[in-house]
Design a protein around this ligand. Structure first.
Ligand code: HEC
Ligand code: HEC
Length: 396
């Protein structure tokens, strides 16, 4: 072969290789939105939702639901709720679903400080993790809703989040799809679509986002009662150290992030306004909120006086950025706040005061590391990866 022929073969080869590279790069950079299916892809027999696990034992979720949504719950109604949760048709311009701001892989939270609603409108607060809503009677950062049922339709009609304007608009939009009439029939025995049934099914799904299969749960013996007194055998020495600090008198984390849901202590006389339903509209009732001295002057006062919901710390490793406005990127930043950032706000919680003034916790680097490794044991990978909680409009 002549040298010039070899050269042109080489040039041709290089050209082809470049073309292939460019082509595959273009393919990769195509928007993922095109991979969404128009209709939900569902299993022929519905997933099992009602039997839930807590640290190795199985329970019936309906025994844990204490509000008016505990009616007509079935695997079919939860399936309908799952479809509604992920359907962008619930937003005015077909762009946003609940799942846009509550992402399964992130413990049903979002990874941006302020979530983006329809037409790129920014919500004023950080999206919240959704899990164990059945244990919750103070919802939203300012505890303005008392139950998942009360909350379900709020984002749909919230102008920043999903922008639907009237009940009728939503009902007829869903009735015009190929799949909803059948899904409503399977769930509730009739093809008729009403706002109430939409809220009910959505709530059934939200209630089934039950998260009790973390490393922490696996190490606990529930019959022994108080988690503080137990030594989970599956914990590393650092995790055990973190657990001890979390439940300690000096740090008091567990006095606010309480019980085995690590959320607001909900009992009468507990100082946080528990318990039960019915006192939501009384502005003097803190309903599980507290002021932790984030600012001297708050831009958003939450429940009032800079008090915000004491959130559950389950799946906390996945749900950053943190706080009502997403001001802290990492758990280390959160601990730096408790360690030396607490401000002497007039409504600062007594737990962070000594002799009437703010007393930051002064943590060592070692203590922060231990606390973070304990918080990491609260992650539940069943919740974040199980296909039954995933987006049915995407083939898995
Ligand atoms: C545009 C983003 C966005 C969309 C869409 C959205 N949410 Fe939210 N969600 C948030 C934000 C932000 C908060 C906190 C709001 C506040 O405190 O005022 C929140 C709070 C919640 C909470 C309270 C959790 C708790 O522990 O208190 C639940 C439950 C919830 N949303 C469910 C839903 C459901 C169901 C839908 C669909 C109907 C939905 N969300 C749609 C952003 C969104
Ligand atoms: C007086 C009650 C109280 C105590 C004690 C307390 N917290 Fe909190 N915690 C809160 C409140 C209220 C918030 C939310 C504040 C906000 O967003 O404005 C919060 C938020 C958090 C967050 C961020 C949660 C999220 O979803 O963004 C973490 C993590 C956290 N606390 C960990 C701890 C640890 C660790 C301790 C112990 C060192 C502790 N807390 C002690 C009340 C408390």
């Amino acid at each position: 072969m002549k040298n010039s022929t070899i050269l042109s073969v080489k040039v041709l080869f290089i050209l082809c290789a470049t073309a292939v590279m460019i082509f595959s790069a273009c393919k990769k950079s195509q928007p993922t939105a095109t991979s969404r299916s128009e209709t939900p892809i569902l299993p022929s027999t519905p997933y099992e939702y009602l039997a839930v696990e807590e640290g190795g034992r199985t329970m019936d979720i309906t025994n844990l639901i204490h509000d008016e949504s505990n009616t007509m719950v079935s695997n079919e109604s939860v399936t309908l709720g799952r479809v509604l949760f992920y359907d962008t048709k619930l937003s005015i311009n077909n762009t946003i679903s609940c799942g846009s701001c509550h992402k399964q892989a992130l413990g049903f939270a979002d990874n941006v400080a302020a979530s983006i609603g329809f037409s790129d409108r920014v919500t004023p607060r950080n999206s919240m993790a959704i899990q164990n809503a059945v244990h919750n009677n103070n919802m939203f950062w300012d505890s303005r809703a008392q139950s998942p049922m009360e909350l379900s339709m709020m984002p749909v009609f919230n102008h920043l989040e999903m922008g639907m304007e009237t009940d009728q608009m939503l009902e007829s939009k869903l009735a015009a799809t190929t799949y909803y009439p059948e899904l409503f029939e399977k769930a509730f025995g009739s093809k008729q679509i009403t706002k109430n049934k939409i809220a009910l099914a959505m709530t059934h799904f939200v209630n089934c986002l039950f998260s009790k299969q973390s490393k922490f749960d696996e190490g606990m013996t529930f019959t022994l009662g108080n988690p503080a007194d137990q030594t989970p055998s599956n914990f590393s020495p650092l995790e055990l150290e973190g657990k001890k600090l979390f439940f300690s008198e000096s740090f008091k984390c567990s006095e606010c992030h309480a019980g085995d849901n690590f959320s607001a202590p909900d009992f009468v006389g507990g100082g946080y306004g528990g318990s039960g339903f019915g006192n939501n509209n009384d502005p003097s009732n803190p309903r599980g909120t507290a002021n932790i001295g984030l600012d001297f002057v708050y831009k958003d006062n939450g429940r009032g006086e800079g008090k915000f919901k004491i959130p559950s710390l389950r799946n906390i490793a996945l749900t950053g950025p943190y706080m009502h406005d997403g001001r802290f990127k990492t758990l280390n930043d959160v601990l730096n706040h408790y360690s030396h950032g607490i401000k002497n706000h007039p409504s600062l919680d007594d737990k962070f005061k000594a002799n009437g003034v703010a007393k930051p916790l002064n943590m060592s680097e070692g203590e922060k590391m231990a606390l973070i490794s304990f918080l990491n044991t609260l992650t539940d990978y069943n919740l974040t990866t199980n296909p039954k909680f995933s987006d049915p409009f995407v083939a898995h």
